[in-house]
Design a protein. Structure first.
Length: 336
């Protein structure tokens, strides 16, 4: 069954608002070894229900079903996805799958210096690394780990092994990194880095932190435009970032602003959790269990039917702007 053609098996992933979904964010573990203050300030807490994370075959089957329905881009997330001992095997199982043109990774970068060459060889085509500060002390304060130099070495190693561009994710936080724009701009002036600033998002466990440290990305957008940065057109499988470029800079700036009025209009991504639930929105419902249909290659059509049916319940937009962050207690559980 592994080699059956996947074309024309089912409807494409289109919701009631005629948005088409080309992009799957697939969490492969909830576990993270960092303790970021905006996500897991007390570190990873194992859930009392010890359900195992999706295995390699289950991951292959879910990606295959999404690919059959038009998905072109898969991002492996966590937690920290590279903590899995079978991470390279997972990548190899889906890297050459028909229709999948981009296999991306979001990582905290702590293993990059050692392993990024193996990730590239296995099939990872693009990498996002979380770097919330360019000050090593502040980095330690935010992440709970003194790993700044390791992460920086990993980023340089990624360029050495052949990656043409690296994306860097930084959560924008008042009193933590909002004064570092000049440092970040200097860093990307002569490097092919897309520096992505993400608005701090409210979750159930982090209400007080959000109120103290949230900063609107629009303030940064206005500042960039004043300095001559120009908004770039978005590709159809791109994520939600608004990307700005400047003729004097090799790098780019991306802004992810979920509180923006029309943020959900161009939504093109769905999420599957590490334990096999489909989530239609980062901030939303409890999810639709699909794991029972990942046990055999022969279940693919049933799985695709369930995916399509679930998508028909997708809301037009989230309600973050009304202070409703849904049921999400933190972002580590479904990969942010």
């Amino acid at each position: 069954m592994h080699n059956i053609p996947i074309r024309n098996l089912s409807a494409r992933l289109v919701d009631p608002f005629q948005r088409e979904y080309y992009y799957l964010r697939l969490s492969i573990t909830d576990v993270c070894n960092f303790r970021c203050n905006y996500c897991l300030p007390n570190g990873y807490q194992p859930h009392p229900e010890r359900d195992k994370f999706l295995n390699v075959d289950e991951i292959r089957r879910v990606v295959r079903a999404f690919a059959a329905m038009g998905t072109e881009k898969v991002r492996l997330t966590g937690g920290e996805p590279t903590l899995r001992k079978d991470f390279v095997e997972i990548v190899e199982n889906i890297a050459d799958m028909e229709n999948i043109h981009t296999l991306a990774l979001t990582t905290n970068g702590y293993r990059m210096a050692k392993d990024v060459a193996a990730w590239r060889k296995a099939g990872i085509t693009s990498i996002n690394v979380s770097v919330d500060s360019l000050n090593s002390r502040q980095f330690h304060r935010i992440t709970g780990e003194d790993k700044f130099d390791d992460v920086m070495r990993g980023i340089e190693r990624a360029f050495d092994v052949g990656y043409q561009k690296i994306k860097i994710n930084s959560v924008l936080m008042k009193d933590y990194n909002d004064g570092e724009l000049a440092q970040f701009l200097a860093w990307i002036k002569h490097r092919p880095i897309q520096m992505r600033f993400i608005e701090l998002m409210q979750t159930g466990e982090m209400d007080h932190f959000f109120q103290r440290h949230h900063l609107s990305g629009q303030l940064l957008a206005d500042k960039l435009v004043q300095q001559g940065w120009q908004l770039q057109p978005k590709g159809r499988t791109d994520g939600p970032a608004k990307v700005f470029s400047h003729p004097d800079y090799q790098g780019e700036i991306g802004l992810i602003m979920p509180y923006e009025k029309h943020f959900c209009t161009s939504c093109n991504r769905l999420r599957v959790s590490a334990k096999g639930k489909l989530h239609l929105c980062l901030f939303g419902e409890e999810g639709t269990d699909i794991r029972d249909l990942l046990q055999s290659d022969n279940q693919q059509l049933l799985l695709q039917a369930r995916l399509f049916a679930a998508l028909q319940g997708k809301r037009e937009h989230h309600y973050l702007h009304q202070g409703d962050s849904g049921v999400r207690t933190n972002l580590a559980s479904i990969g942010g």
